[in-house]
Design a protein. Structure first.
Ligand code: ARG
Length: 477
């Protein structure tokens, strides 16, 4: 038996080595217990490579058939959970290749012709990530649909809009939710854009310099559904921008989720009482019997931290690596995998908690409960319509800065009286400016304030409904 056989790896890499690898080093360098999740991409990439090798006459038709048969067998073993992953075979690539050789002999040993694990692993990660990108895109759409579904039921529900978390101006609750839809829509754009750069083929770069075999890289790219091939072999094996770009995208998603989660936590607090969450998304306390805690939102907010950390980790991983491949790159996987898991799980659970569970016919059940009365009561505290009074005076001819000052006096007096501006008698208001007439009270209502903001992108219900229609159009399945 040849000493070059892969399953002899537990002893030494090749005839060059005079002793086996230390046990510590084996464990330290092995990645198979985390990179095995890329097994399907590894097999798919190998089959495309083998198909091209045969088409180019580099391996025989029988070799290709053997490789295909062996890979089918390996696929079913992995799916059945009977495949034996071996730490000493280091990674997913060597584990699958060794098993292939055991199953089909020499054809298995020919598979690696014109290829290196360096271009193989880069191909696998890209293929795997592409699948996850497509799954994430669906979840991002679901999240937007969940928000739009709650928004369309709450266009006329008014809550205080805040700046500095101080009551600022009344806004439609739908308008507030649609702000998050904008964020997730931008995330979706970023995802579609970065997908184009993920979806390029490194195979053919071999270890770093290309290969002396007459490979047809375009054919492999077509087989695997890549948009193109990496144009520089050194870059092809060493580039991990795609992992950083995805993690950067995921960081923004998680930051958006985290802001929304923070609002949900605040809204759910007794001191706001703006919303309620179904019991199934809340947890209790082991000591305080009255508690219902919004743990899901808190965890989503908390999990943004680990994704931010992964972004920092990946960026730092690449800093200072000379061309081309370095083993450092093996460290791209755990952060990337965890980022994918975290962003997908978080989007899924948050969308469901907010918009409810979606049945097969598209109907929704559950989701967050809006307490419109509490929102409205809060909007009536804090002089949210003060700007409306100023705007009213401006329309009557007062310069805005003067109107601002007049209203400041009115608010000061109203605070002393413990009343809202709308509760001040007309004569009192006329005391601040004689131009004030009976129509002022309409301007000082919450709905009057909302309706007045009838500018593109504003909170007037007519504008909000137009936005909802646009989102429906955009998110059509
Ligand atoms: N497990 C390795 C990784 O994840 C595969 C590439 C190893 N290449 C090498 N020349 N050691 O990056």
């Amino acid at each position: 038996m040849s000493t070059h056989q892969l399953d002899k790896k537990s002893q030494a890499w090749s005839a060059l080595f005079s002793e086996p690898m230390s046990e510590l080093v084996k464990r330290y360098t092995s990645s198979v217990f985390f990179d095995q999740r890329m097994w399907a991409a590894d097999i798919e990439g190998s089959l495309a490579h083998a198909d091209m090798l045969a088409a180019q006459g580099i391996i025989g038709a029988q070799d290709l058939a053997d490789i295909q048969r062996g890979m089918a067998q390996i696929r079913s073993e992995i799916e059945a959970g009977t495949f034996e992953w071996k730490l000493e075979l280091e990674d997913v690539h060597l584990n699958i290749e060794a098993r292939l050789t055991t199953l089909v002999g020499d054809a298995g040993k020919r598979l690696h012709t014109g290829r290196s694990r360096n271009d193989q692993v880069a191909t696998d990660v890209r293929l795997w990530l592409r699948g996850e990108i497509d799954a994430t895109a669906v979840l991002l759409e679901d999240m937007q649909r969940a928000l739009v579904s709650v928004a369309e039921k709450n266009v006329e529900v008014i809550l205080p809009g805040f700046t500095h978390l101080q009551v600022a101006q009344p806004v439609s609750f739908a308008h507030h939710l649609l702000a998050y839809v904008e964020m997730f829509a931008r995330d979706a754009e970023r995802l579609a854009d970065l997908r184009r750069r993920v979806n390029r083929l490194p195979l053919g770069a071999a270890a770093l310099a290309g290969t002396s075999y007459p490979l047809d890289r375009e054919r492999v790219a077509r087989t695997l559904g890549f948009d193109g091939v990496c144009q520089n072999s050194l870059d092809a094996v060493s580039d991990r921008d795609f992992a950083i770009e995805f993690t950067s995208f995921a960081t923004l998603v998680m930051i958006h989720v985290s802001r929304l989660a923070e609002e949900i936590v605040v809204w759910m607090s007794q001191n706001f009482g703006f919303i309620n969450l179904s019991d199934r998304y809340c947890t209790g306390s082991s000591i305080m019997p009255q508690k219902r805690n919004p743990d899901v939102a808190e965890l989503a907010r908390g999990k943004s931290g680990r994704v931010v950390g992964h972004l920092m980790g990946l960026i730092t991983l690449m800093k200072g690596q000379p061309l081309a491949y370095n083993k450092d790159n093996q460290e791209d996987k755990e952060p990337l995998f965890d980022t994918v898991d975290t962003v997908k799980d978080t989007l899924r659970i948050m969308a469901e908690m907010i918009g409810g569970e979606v049945a097969a016919d598209g109907s929704r059940s559950g989701g967050l409960t809006v307490k419109a009365d509490a929102m409205e009561r809060a909007a009536l505290r804090g002089y949210a319509t003060a700007t409306d009074l100023a705007d009213y005076l401006v329309k009557k001819g007062l310069p805005f800065r003067d109107a601002h000052e007049v209203v400041a006096h009115a608010v000061k007096d109203a605070i002393a009286l413990g009343r809202d501006l709308s509760e001040l008698p007309l004569e009192t208001l006329q005391g601040y400016d004689a131009r004030i007439t009976a129509d002022v009270h309409e301007a000082l209502t919450l709905s009057g304030s909302l309706n007045a903001r009838n500018v593109l992108g504003g909170t007037a219900p007519v504008q909000v409904r137009a936005q909802i229609a646009r989102h429906h159009q955009r998110l059509q399945a």
